[in-house]
Design a protein around this ligand. Structure first.
Ligand code: HEM
Length: 411
């Protein structure tokens, strides 16, 4: 996890540290989510820039605004960073293309490591060097500590109550401390080691059993991270059994919807487009189904422990731990049902696809660089010394492999 780095700043701009991997939201927005997810499901209908520009009602409006903007520009007293030419209404959207991270890089080479672009109506500061990112995420962390509002986050993430979507403030601080202490602390991460070991053994067995036939590592990585996160966060695996397929489909739909662009967030007077093209309805359906799922998890765990003496319950997963925190009125932390569901949804969705994507990208990079792959393989063989089961202690000794993963995380 990194510090909060996307926000409204003092002059009312949003910032995007384009050098950092970006938030999960931005990660999906920038289209860098795994291709497996993107290709297998139909995203909610989206309006393309061309469709609305060609609309006979939009065009005259657009021309009038352009004239006003060209000849009577708004007066400003702030000193904004350099900015590429932008149009009213669409701002710089036309320059982002299908690979926004690359387009932003090209623009930054022209306009500098700190530039101002307009995402529709929204002025957005883009930091493209380590130094500029450090200024935003470290030196001026508090100024940039909050997040822009997003209709999708409101609909899909419990009215933006999750740690990953909540504005900076007491609510965010409280939920984040629960997540860090009860799920991501060194003690907890160690505690869940057996789950990771079991799932890693399963993954290796599938690869081993393939007898040198090709295996789809992307799918295996998604299954692996899904299983681990389900066990650790939700108390049991949900991707298997008769409802497993439905659950996986829902998760993919959720992630795609979360990463889609809501025109109204960027161009408020075109918010109606999402209503007309069915996108709003589709997002509402996904939000309802995902809530039903999380609600079901909470009910299942509550029922499981109902009537069991408190000291007889093993609080060995995140859902049980937060439900116990809710019951315990002495700990000074007030968690209502929505907070609990927000924590579970965040921990589950933030931990699954991100990790699978990193694993997939590391493998892809190793395949693209055979000499590095050879060195990594040699290190793994040397550390394992011929034994089959590798442990997390063994991983600690694999400094070269760790460097390759960290390099990919930063890239
Ligand atoms: C390799 C895997 C992961 C990557 C690459 C990754 C990446 C990131 C990044 C770049 C952010 C910053 C977003 C921002 O500041 O706006 C972030 C935030 C976050 N991540 Fe992850 N993440 C990973 C795994 C996880 C896991 C396993 C969890 C929890 C179970 C998690 C939960 C969160 C949460 C809750 C936030 C929001 C933090 C905040 O607002 O303070 N992430 N992640």
């Amino acid at each position: 996890m990194t510090q909060r780095n996307i926000s409204h700043n003092a002059i009312g701009h949003n910032s995007v540290a384009s050098t950092a991997a970006g938030s999960h939201l931005r990660h999906y927005l920038s289209g860098s989510a795994t291709s497996t997810i993107k290709t297998r499901i139909k995203p909610p209908p989206q309006t393309t820039m061309l469709t609305f520009l060609l609309n006979p009602f939009i065009l005259p409006f657009f021309i009038l605004l352009f004239i006003k903007w060209q000849f009577f520009p708004p007066k400003t007293t702030v000193n904004p960073p350099p900015s590429p030419f932008w149009f009213p209404i669409i701002g710089n959207f036309h320059q982002l293309g299908t690979l926004p991270h690359r387009s932003l890089r090209s623009l930054s080479l022209r306009y500098g490591p700190l530039m101002l672009i307009h995402l529709g109506n929204i002025p957005t500061v883009v930091a493209s060097s380590a130094e500029a990112a450090r200024e935003i995420m470290k030196t001026h962390d508090i100024v940039f500590a909050s997040r822009p509002e997003s209709k999708l986050a409101k609909k899909l993430l419990y009215d933006a109550k999750t740690v990953s979507a909540a504005p900076y403030g007491d609510h965010w601080r409280q939920l984040k401390s629960v997540m860090v202490l009860q799920l991501l602390s060194t003690k907890r991460v160690r505690f869940f080691r057996s789950v990771r070991a079991e799932e890693t053994a399963q993954l290796l067995k599938i690869v081993d059993d393939s007898n040198n036939h090709p295996v789809n590592l992307s799918e295996l990585f998604v299954t692996y991270t899904n299983n681990v996160t389900c066990e650790v966060v939700l108390g049991r695996k949900y991707g298997e059994g008769p409802n497993g397929k439905k659950f996986k489909r829902l998760l993919r739909e959720f992630l795609v919807a979360l990463g889609s662009v809501n025109i109204g967030d960027f161009i408020p007077y075109l918010a109606w487009v999402d209503r007309v093209n069915g996108s709003d309805r589709e997002v509402d359906r996904i939000a309802r189904e995902i809530d039903e799922f999380v609600e079901g998890v909470v009910k299942e765990r509550t029922k499981k422990h109902h009537g069991t003496a408190e000291n007889a319950v093993d609080y060995d997963n995140f859902v049980d731990i937060v439900l116990e925190m809710q019951r315990d009125e002495t700990n000074g932390i007030l968690l209502d049902k929505t907070n609990i569901k927000a924590l579970l949804l965040d921990a589950y969705t933030a931990g699954t696809d991100t990790t699978a994507t990193v694993l997939e990208w590391v493998m892809a990079e190793l395949l693209r660089h055979p000499s590095i792959m050879k060195k990594a393989q040699a290190e793994v063989r040397a550390v394992s010394g011929g034994k089959t089961g590798l442990t997390e202690e063994d991983l600690e000794k694999m400094t070269y492999l760790k460097a390759a993963v960290i390099f990919r995380l930063q890239g």
